[in-house]
Structure formats: C-alpha cells, structure tokens
Write a protein that binds this ligand. Structure first.
Ligand SMILES: [Zn+2]
Length: 118
C-alpha cells in the first residue's frame, strides 16, 4: 500500500457492540462517524445493521468505553483506500499498533508528519 499515511483522530466517546450473526465488533466514535449519535442509539436499541453480513447489533453486548479513545488508521490521501480504524487511549501506542498491524515502517515527511513507508 504505497503512500499510506497514519491518520490519528483526537480522543472522543467510543461505543461498541457485536453483530448478532458474524460477531464482528461494530464501533462508533464521536469524531470518526458523522452519524455517531444515530449509530450509538441504534447499537443500544439493537437495530444497527452490520457492514459485513445481514446481521445487526446485539444490544446485550453494547458497551460504552469509560474513557475517551483515540482513533487511528492508515489512509492514502486522495484515494478511497484505507485500513479499518483502531482505537486506544494512548496515541503513541495506538500509532505503533496500527503500523505493526499493517507491517509499515515509521518515517516522517518533510513537514515532520508520520507517514507509512512504501
Ligand atoms: Zn455481521
């Protein structure tokens, strides 16, 4: 994945639950999801549709993170190409986790921003 850049979003409220059918974890983050409040309410009500299968949110697994969390992923500016979001309370550890997950080196561009090696 060439030209992938690490994208870290400031701390915000994070909610999660599992899909009733495929058990994939669903998330909604205050500063990642434009429809965050609607997604949160749909998770709590068990009506949020799964992205990966015909299932929906299992409200028995609905969970609010007690502390705000960062969100991070790799993305290619100008392209739709990006990884899944990862979440965590520590920005430095989260950035390392995302780089490790996709096997990219940590480098900085001319402005000192972290970028993923090609
Ligand atoms: Zn599912």
């Amino acid at each position: 994945m060439p030209h992938m850049q690490l994208q870290v979003i400031r701390k915000g409220a994070l909610y999660t639950c599992e899909c009733t059918r495929c058990r994939t974890s669903m998330y909604t983050h205050e500063f990642v999801n434009d429809d965050h409040n609607a997604r949160r309410d749909a998770m709590a009500a068990g009506t949020l549709k799964c992205d990966d299968c015909p299932g929906h949110a299992d409200k028995a697994t609905y969970h609010e993170y007690p502390r705000p969390q960062y969100a991070a992923r790799l993305s290619a500016p100008g392209f739709m190409d990006c990884t899944d979001w990862h979440y965590g309370p520590n920005a430095r550890k989260l950035a390392a986790e995302v780089r490790d997950a996709y096997g990219v080196e940590q480098t900085r561009d001319a402005r000192g921003r972290f970028v993923a090696g090609a």
